[in-house]
Design a protein around this ligand. Structure first.
Ligand SMILES: [Zn+2]
Length: 189
């Protein structure tokens, strides 16, 4: 069945070998808007079945009348359970409602309603080879966990510390991070 909402979708469409439209790619964790991506449980790229959603935050300023006269309040956030088709385990996502390209509570224009993830449980963990030194693996793991806890600035700090730890491991301990990376680049590391 053709998706009548596609007219509002500005994302460029990926096409397959037979010119069929493929679902949007997702490098991050899944939500019901993009039920594919990195599984926080098994760490694999997978697709997910939406098991169901429950209300989390109500918007008591917007409601519709049910046929019996009761008020049906709109949602700001909901909790959704997604089942990984690879490991068959569930991931719980707190999703906020978006209208068009803005969160509902910062609504500027009309558009398609979607729910997009802001918190995931369990938190994604970095699964690195045991050959990676623990000093580097620990800070990298914190960069991943803070990112999936919706703390991008904290994650950026830990990502920078990961790079610093790598330069120290490779014998560069002096000067700015940029200088150390340049030196390592010149050495072909
Ligand atoms: Zn999985």
């Amino acid at each position: 069945m053709p998706n009548i909402f596609n007219i509002f979708n500005d994302e460029p469409k990926r096409k397959g070998q037979r010119d069929e439209v493929l679902p949007p790619e997702n490098d991050g964790a899944p939500d019901s808007n993009k039920p594919s991506g990195l599984c926080p449980r098994c760490g694999k790229q997978s697709s997910f079945e939406i098991a169901g959603s429950l209300p989390a935050t109500f918007d008591y300023e917007t409601y519709a009348r049910k046929p019996n006269g009761e008020r049906h309040y709109d949602l700001i956030d909901r909790a959704t359970s997604l089942i990984c088709r690879h490991c068959k385990q569930g991931t719980i996502v707190i999703e906020e409602q978006w209208v068009g390209e803005n969160p509902k509570n910062k609504q500027k224009t009309g558009g398609v309603i979607s729910f997009r993830g802001i918190h995931w449980w369990p938190l994604s963990e970095a699964k690195l080879s045991p050959a990676v030194p623990s000093d580097i693996a620990n800070v990298f793991s914190e960069a991943i966990i803070t990112l999936s806890a919706n703390c991008p600035r904290a994650s950026a700090v830990m990502s920078r510390r990961t790079l610093e730890a790598i330069t120290v491991e490779k014998g560069e301990t002096k000067g700015s991070l940029a200088k150390r990376l340049n030196t390592l680049g010149e050495k072909g590391i």
